[in-house]
Ligand binder design. Structure first.
Ligand code: FES
Ligand code: FES
Length: 167
C-alpha cells in the first residue's frame, strides 16, 4: 500500500477554546496529534502506555491519558491542555504553588500533574491529603517524592476556598 492508499480522517479538534482542523491517520492518538498537528507540546509523552500520566489532558473536564485516546474520538469535545490552564500571562495558582513549594524538578510530570489536580479541585474544593493522593495516583513523578506536589495542591485548595469566602 502506498501513502495515497492510507486512510485519512478530516477532523476538527477544539483545544483550549480554539478550533484546529487536522487531517490524520484515524488510528493516531490524541497525544501525538496535539503535539505534531496542533503544535501544542506542553503535553508530554512518557510511557505511551497509559501508566505515567504525563500525557493527561481534560476532555469535557475529565482527565484522560491522551496517549491511549484516539484523536478522532475527541472531535466535538472540549480539550484542555496545559497551555489552556493559564489566564493570559498569569500562572494558574497550581503552577505558582508547585514552583513555590518546590514541587517541580525536571518538570516532565508537571503538566499532567496540573491537569489531574485541576480536575480534582473541580470535584472537591477542600480535598484531604488522602483525596489528593488518590486524585494524583495516575501521575508518576520520578524526582520529587510527591510530598511537595501534595503540599502545592493543598495550598491551592486553601487559597481558592479563601477567594470564594472573600466578601
Ligand atoms: S504517556 Fe500516556 S500515560 Fe504515559
Ligand atoms: S519533577 Fe521530574 S518527574 Fe516529576
Amino acid at each position: 500500500m502506498n501513502s495515497h492508499d492510507s486512510p485519512r480522517a478530516d477532523i476538527v479538534l477544539t483545544v483550549n477554546g480554539r478550533q484546529y482542523p487536522v487531517t490524520i491517520d484515524p488510528t493516531r492518538n490524541l497525544l501525538n496529534t496535539l503535539r505534531t498537528e496542533v503544535g501544542l507540546t506542553g503535553t508530554k509523552e512518557g510511557c505511551d502506555d497509559c501508566e505515567c500520566g504525563a500525557c493527561m489532558v481534560l476532555l469535557d473536564g475529565q482527565p484522560v491519558n491522551s496517549c491511549s485516546y484516539l484523536a478522532v474520538q475527541a472531535e466535538g469535545r472540549a480539550i484542555t491542555t496545559i497551555e489552556g490552564v493559564m489566564t493570559g500571562d498569569e500562572l494558574h495558582p497550581l503552577q505558582r504553588n508547585l514552583l513555590e513549594e518546590g514541587g517541580v524538578q525536571c518538570g516532565f510530570c508537571t503538566p499532567g500533574m496540573i491537569i489531574s489536580a485541576t480536575a480534582l479541585l473541580a470535584r472537591s474544593s477542600t480535598p484531604s491529603d488522602e483525596e489528593i493522593q488518590i486524585g494524583l495516583s495516575g501521575n508518576l513523578c520520578r524526582c520529587t517524592g510527591y510530598a511537595k506536589i501534595i503540599a502545592a495542591v493543598r495550598r491551592t485548595a486553601v487559597e481558592l476556598a479563601a477567594e470564594l469566602d472573600a466578601p
